[in-house]
Unconditional design. Structure first.
Length: 196
């Protein structure tokens, strides 16, 4: 068995939760699925808009669809037999455990700082045994040499931890995709053991 087949055999037994199906969540899901992760549990309550198409894994004809439905369709085009559990729901402290307590790793993929903080605080308090891969600092363009992964216990933060989204510094596909793939790569490192 090749090393890639060995990796896929390990990953096929794993479940990853993704909180948010926007730029981070949709692109991270693609990379995890292509890598062979066995099951994805994804929660988001938003719909696809034209403004999402500059950085999220959706298409023009999906505008107006619920993100979890559109993302399911797109992921199944990559892997028709994928195990996907999609939830059209806002993630709150009342449903986090129900959604993600069976996951091997959870990915935080929210836009808003208060949502990020809510999920991080809840997971670290109630599920410290589950690694959480978050993102902070991915706005604009350039400065990719500043992107890094910081670890504190079971919390991993991907990004530059400083660039904030604004009208002058919007989230754009290259940097969003780099950070979402840093998240996916961090998940793989957790599941497979870092090559250190």
């Amino acid at each position: 068995m090749s090393s890639f087949n060995q990796i896929r055999a390990i990953l096929s037994q794993k479940t990853i939760g993704i909180a948010g199906a926007g730029g981070l969540g949709s692109n991270c899901a693609v990379s995890l699925l292509r890598s062979g992760v066995g099951k994805l549990i994804i929660a988001d309550f938003d719909v696809v808009s034209d403004a999402n198409l500059n950085r999220q894994f959706y298409f023009h004809d999906q505008i107006g669809e619920r993100k979890v439905d559109a993302l399911r369709d797109n992921l199944l085009r990559i892997c028709p037999f994928a195990s996907l559990q999609m939830h059209n729901i806002k993630v709150t402290p009342q449903n986090i455990s129900l959604l993600f307590s069976t996951c091997d790793v959870v990915v935080e993929a929210f836009d808003l700082a208060e949502q990020k903080q809510m999920l991080i605080e809840y997971m670290l308090t109630n599920h410290p045994e589950i690694p959480l891969v978050a993102a902070s600092g991915l706005a604009g363009w350039g400065g990719t040499e500043m992107l890094r992964i910081q670890r504190s216990g079971s919390l991993y933060i991907c990004g530059d931890e400083s660039s904030e989204v604004s009208d002058e510094n919007p989230p754009l596909a290259p940097k969003v995709n780099i950070v979402s793939n840093l998240q996916a790569d961090t998940v793989l490192g957790i599941l497979l053991g870092d090559k250190q």
